[in-house]
Design a protein around this ligand. Structure first.
Ligand SMILES: [Mg+2]
Length: 280
């Protein structure tokens, strides 16, 4: 799950809020694309979505008890040890300005409705108990996004992977399943550009996973929406990678050119194995 999640983020990062023309001409799914403006993010480099999902996966494989304090510590650590851009400017400056989990929690204003809590929630779906998936997804969301829309988007993203990992039904019924658990319009097909709201990214990801049957087509569809493409692709590929109905056909070039380094491909692959070993 985590490798595909990171590939979705890194691939989508090249097209984040890029023009329709750039997306139309370059969204081929064969290689990473250099974003025309975000030149500090190189092709194959992942962004905040995967970095924060890695932090959540680390909490899952390491901690037996969850708290806002523990979560804030892992979010902060993942950023400080491997600082990168791609975060929203305000949150990036905030992370640079705090040194401890206590300071994080004391100073954060968790009133955002954007996608930050959803983009990192997918790993939580490995938990077997659905009520615990919901509880932990909400807990981690509230650290930064303590709003109904921010939290609901996170619940939906985590339940997407949970649905496939525990084989709870056909891919076609994913939206119906999410709608039965989380308030929101999850079962209407998404169309058009995706903005900053987490519920919109997650709904677009659900539509992409339902309508396409292989990872590459799902990735292409996530980017073709335009807008917050890295977040849509992060959420969609994490879930789709867990579905037995989805053909795992991402080109080798996307695996081969995902960033290396201390927290790159090898680190993610190892963490991914530990994460999936939690499945019961
Ligand atoms: Mg991002």
């Amino acid at each position: 799950m985590l490798l595909e999640l990171a590939i979705g983020d890194a691939y989508g990062a090249g097209f984040e809020y890029a023009s329709n023309q750039i997306v139309r001409e370059n969204n081929r799914g064969e290689r990473y694309f250099q974003h025309p403006r975000h030149t500090s993010i190189l092709p194959g480099q992942y962004t905040d979505d995967a970095q924060m999902a890695i932090a959540v996966a680390e909490v899952l494989v390491t901690e037996s008890h969850w708290s806002e304090d523990i979560l804030a510590g892992y979010f902060l650590n993942a950023f400080k040890r491997d600082q990168r851009e791609g975060y929203a400017k305000g949150f990036y400056d905030f992370l640079c300005s705090v040194d401890t989990a206590e300071e994080f929690l004391a100073r954060i204003r968790p009133d955002s409705e954007k996608s930050g809590a959803a983009m990192r929630a997918s790993p939580i779906g490995v938990i077997a108990d659905e009520r615990q998936v919901i509880e932990y997804s909400a807990l981690q969301a509230k650290v930064t996004h303590n709003t109904p829309l921010g939290v609901n988007a996170a619940l939906a993203a985590a339940l997407m992977t949970h649905y496939f990992i525990y084989d709870l039904g056909p891919k076609q019924d994913l939206g119906e399943y999410i709608a039965s658990k989380v308030p929101g319009d999850w079962n209407s097909p998404w169309k058009g550009k995706v903005g900053a709201l987490g519920v919109d990214s997650t709904r677009a990801a659900i539509t992409a996973v339902i309508t396409e049957n292989d990872l590459k087509s799902i990735l292409l569809k996530c980017i073709a929406y335009t807008g917050d493409t890295d977040t849509i692709a992060t959420i969609a590929l994490a879930a789709a990678a867990c579905s037995k109905e989805v053909d795992k056909n991402l080109p080798q070039s996307l695996y081969g050119n995902l960033e290396r380094g201390a927290y790159g491909y090898d680190y993610i692959e190892t963490l991914d194995k530990k994460l999936m070993a939690l499945v019961k």
